[in-house]
Design a binder for this molecule. Sequence first.
Ligand SMILES: [Zn+2]
Length: 185
Amino acid sequence: MQNSLVIHPQDETVAIEPAALDAWLIAQDLAREGRPGPRFAELIDVEGVSVDVVQRLLRQHEGASLAEALHATAIRGAELQPRPMVIVSCEMESPCCRPCGSEYLGELTDLLDAWWNDPSFQAHCPCGAHDRVPALDWKHLSGFARTSFAIESPLAFVGMTPTAKLLDALRAWADTPWTWTWTAL
Ligand SMILES: [Zn+2]
């Protein structure tokens, strides 16, 4: 397992054929043969570094650690899962209630088990709000999806974020909003 930026629909039940998603990533010039394509720097924010610098580093084959990390970057579509799965990370944290922002106090494994056994299970917050488990604020450190693609890179954990341009394009194409989850080694 690599550090990854996993990009997936917000609605964890959305199912897209991997071949269609792969073709879209290539058509957008985000990916080419599993590597960053010509528009990678335009569509993925890398540590707030400017598009020009990322493009230049991608063209170089030696040099700074950022260039090395970019050259170790791979883009892979995931298999379509038969049901929503948890995208987990060793940095997983308790989710927060979206209305009040307070952290879920129970055991994470119990919460995830409850969701696994009943996807409509509602988590209740002392503030009175309740929501389905995938709808809680997981702070991009865990996610839920059937469909996803991953940008695997030493920089991917927190260092890489999809740009609004990419999220807008994905939404327009798939007719559903997208989000992301960072996963770390
Ligand atoms: Zn709350």
